[in-house]
Write a protein that binds this ligand. Structure first.
Ligand code: TRP
Length: 445
């Protein structure tokens, strides 16, 4: 199969574009808030360093070795039983589930671009009411913005991602970083700043349950786009001269730094404004607008820029959630990109609509199963179950199915033998054992 190749920086940009998304700025702060702060952050950081980075390298390696869609990758790389291993490639379908609720949140962000341009709520209470009102009552508005997010994403993927999206990333990622840094320096002057730091970095172990651990591990996968073949799909387009280890480290560092900065900013504002840390999915929408409002029309501008940049960070991730399945369908079934997207889009549309309705007071009873709304079910099943499970599959495949020699030959240029041995041990034993332990502990206890 012919696959276009990234430039060296193109790969890092695309992978960072995928990794840095709503997971960093929307999800990380609110999960941290709900899970009591520091202990959650510490488990998350530990998982990223030990498990996340190793798996990232493993996915890059598989993509580069096979340069194909995920199903063909497992099928052809397996020394034997390729006809069974190919099913491992189906981990890509977790992306469709994630995309369905991800697009709803991008829809909220688009709506907040509009709110930012017109009238910002001036107090945290009012901001809470604005957000809550939108999510629980505004069916039509949310549906329209979900559609906008949906069609932008589909349009970009139809076009192929390398041209337009790379350029968009190149402008908007730096913009997002500049805005976040500006907010960060402002946050250091706030009275809530030191409280935010101790909330985020001083662990309170009494808050830790097996759910906390599972969520922190799941989120480490989510934030690095691991466990469902995104990084594999992008790595199929790696240029041969990319140092894959250095590229993986760069992406992990950028991703983690952005999440931590976003967390510090948001909690400084939250504590200064006297809002609730466990504010749930509305956290970023409720904590920031009142602060922006204090700056008058300059604040409106700042707020628009923030939500635009956040929206684009989201779009570049959304694209990466659907690209692996498109690669699979065009490659294995000879479908055009457009036709693949009609099928995948159809599924996303139905699931997304159900998730949206599950937040609406009037309709939630129809889309609540076992006491949980469909939006939460999609989020929990994909991030906390499917991604860790996909990670285990990848680790077992690289550590136990591929020959060690083969793996070594793909990595030896980029690592010393000692580092390789450490990495290999992590892939072979630590990841399968630790991640299964976390999942089993949650499911049975
Ligand atoms: N990493 C993105 C975020 O943090 C979301 C994402 C994109 C993703 N592609 C993925 C998550 C693949 C898991 C798997 O917002």
């Amino acid at each position: 199969m012919k696959i276009a190749r990234f430039s060296r920086i193109g790969f890092i940009l695309a992978a960072a574009g995928s990794a840095v998304g709503l997971g960093n700025i929307w999800k990380f702060p609110y999960m941290t808030g709900e899970n009591g702060g520091g202990a959650f952050v510490l488990i998350y950081l530990l998982t990223i360093t030990v498990i996340g980075l190793s798996l990232f390298i493993a996915e890059v390696l598989l993509g580069k070795a096979a340069r194909n869609d995920s199903v063909t990758t497992f099928e052809t790389l397996a020394p034997k039983n390729g006809h069974l291993w190919k099913y491992a490639g189906f981990i890509i379908f977790a992306g469709t589930l994630i995309l369905s609720f991800y697009l709803i949140v991008i829809g909220w962000i688009i709506k907040y671009v509009y709110i930012s341009a017109t009238s910002l709520p001036t107090a945290v209470k009012e901001a809470g009411a604005t957000f809550g009102g939108m999510v629980t009552t505004d069916v039509v508005g949310q549906f329209i913005f979900f559609n906008v997010a949906f069609f932008i994403t589909i349009f970009i993927v139809t076009r192929g991602i390398k041209q337009g999206i790379e350029k968009v990333n190149l402008i908007l990622m730096p913009l997002l970083i500049i805005i976040l840094l500006a907010l960060f320096f402002y946050a250091t002057t706030l009275s809530g700043f030191s409280q935010a730091l101790s909330f985020l970095f001083v662990p309170d172990w009494s808050k830790v349950t097996n759910t906390t651990v599972l969520q922190a591990v799941g989120h480490a996968f989510f934030t690095l786009s691991l466990g469902m073949g995104t990084i594999m799909a992008y790595s199929a387009s790696l240029s041969n001269d990319t140092n894959i280890v250095r590229a993986s480290i760069s992406v992990a560092v950028i991703d983690t730094a952005i999440a931590l900065i976003a967390g510090i900013v948001i909690f400084s504002f939250i504590f200064t404004g006297g809002a609730e840390a466990a504010g749930g999915p509305g956290l970023v929408f409720i904590s920031l607008p009142p602060i922006f409002a204090e700056f008058g029309s300059l604040g409106n501008l700042f707020s628009v820029a923030f939500f635009v940049a956040l929206g684009f960070a989201g779009i570049t991730s959304a694209v990466s959630l659907i690209e692996p399945t498109v690669l699979y369908m065009t490659n294995r079934f000879n479908l055009s990109r457009a036709r693949s997207l009609v099928y995948l889009g159809g599924v996303t549309y139905v699931l997304g609509t159900m998730a949206l309705l599950s937040n609406i007071e009037e309709y939630k009873s129809y889309v609540t199963f076992g006491g949980k709304g469909f939006f939460d079910i999609l989020d929990f099943t994909s991030s906390s179950i499917m991604l860790p499970f996909g990670g285990i599959i990848i680790a077992v495949f690289v550590g136990h199915v591929l020959q060690r020699e083969r793996v070594y030959s793909l990595l030896k240029e980029y690592m010393s033998d000692r580092v390789f041995a450490l990495w290999y041990f992590t892939i072979k034993y630590i990841i399968p054992i630790a991640v299964s332990a976390v999942m089993i502990n949650k499911i049975f206890f």
